[in-house]
Design a protein around this ligand. Structure first.
Ligand SMILES: [Zn+2]
Length: 325
């Protein structure tokens, strides 16, 4: 546990994922608030209880629990903490239905992702990667009832500070960050990380939406909004604290443009499926990362199509992409 700003304690918990440790933030003051919770996983539970104890807080003392987005390493232990404390759980409206019934989300997501894998051209004998990818969810997180929704423009009193809620869809379609304007302080979770570029994961369509989201396009729109924010300190969900997000974003933008050019030239050589592009870009991709690699390629193809550089043959199965002339 480290006091990273006056009254704000960073508590670091292990995960069983490649991303490594995850941070939660205890905001001391009225009302006593925890932002994010770690995985529902015994080593994570021990680390969180120890971090809170070091700050002189018991899980039962918590009054509010903010879930910044519906990923397991952020929402996994919310139910345990809610039951221990009776604290109010807060999250974006899009997260509410998902976290209330994770097995139902998993069923729908697997059915949707099976169709997606066929469309991107992943060989059929590999389609079970989506079962593995989503199947872990109910093991590492418990259903939780969100009692208050937080959306763009809302103001949240937490830990003796007033925070503005920013809705930053991209890395997750339900991601919110908390902005403290007087101190130029952002609780940014996974929106921007110093050491890894957050994957803009493909997700099932939003309820009532006919089509899938375009997560990388949404993500860059949200990152451009972050770039306009005069943040002095960004407290992240993983890795080191960010104190110069403008240079970090400039680097990320350069890398994105390089990848866009690479994909545009690959499909200009010959029409390809998204999976064929992923095989060229990530030749040593482990099976457990296929979904991440495919998300990366499809996200960039979405941007290239929106920018008028690439076309999609939508009547082909799998979908084929080529240069737009
Ligand atoms: Zn995340």
């Amino acid at each position: 546990m480290i006091e990273v700003c006056p009254g704000i304690y960073q508590i670091t918990m292990p995960t069983s994922f490649a991303v490594g440790d995850v941070h939660a933030y205890l905001l001391r003051g009225e009302p006593l608030t925890l932002v994010d919770t770690g995985l529902h996983y015994p080593p994570s539970q021990r680390a969180l209880a120890a971090g809170l104890a070091e700050a002189g807080v018991a899980p039962s003392d918590l009054e509010q629990i903010v879930v910044t987005h519906s990923h397991l390493d952020h929402m996994g232990q919310a139910r345990w903490l809610q039951e221990a404390s009776g604290a109010t759980v807060l999250a974006h409206p899009i997260a509410c239905a998902k976290v209330a019934n994770l097995p139902a989300f998993v069923n729908d997501a697997i059915a949707w992702a099976g169709g997606l894998m066929a469309a991107v051209g992943l060989p059929e004998d590999q389609h079970t990667v989506v079962n593995t990818f989503y199947g872990i969810i109910p093991q590492m997180a418990q259903n939780v009832t969100v009692e208050r929704c937080l959306d763009e423009g809302d103001v949240l009193e937490a830990g003796g500070r007033r925070w503005q809620v920013h809705f930053y869809p991209g890395h997750a379609g339900d991601l919110i960050a908390l902005w403290q304007p007087e101190e130029c302080l952002l609780l940014g979770n996974d929106h921007l990380l110093a050491k890894i570029s957050s994957n803009a994961l493909l997700e099932p369509p939003r309820p009532g939406a006919p089509d899938r989201r375009r997560p990388l396009i949404e993500y860059w729109h949200s990152l451009d909004r972050l770039d306009a924010l005069p943040a002095a300190t960004i407290l992240p969900g993983h890795g080191p604290i960010i104190d110069d997000h403008h240079s970090l974003l400039a680097e990320r933008r350069e890398r994105r443009d390089h990848r866009l050019d690479r994909i545009a030239s690959l499909v200009a050589e010959a029409p390809r499926t998204a999976w064929q592009i992923a095989e060229v870009l990530f030749p040593r991709l482990h099976r457990s990362d296929y979904f991440l690699g495919i998300s990366e390629v499809v996200g960039h193809l979405d941007m290239l199509i929106a920018g008028g550089r690439v076309r999609e043959w939508a009547d082909e199965q799998p979908l084929l992409y080529g240069a737009k002339r």
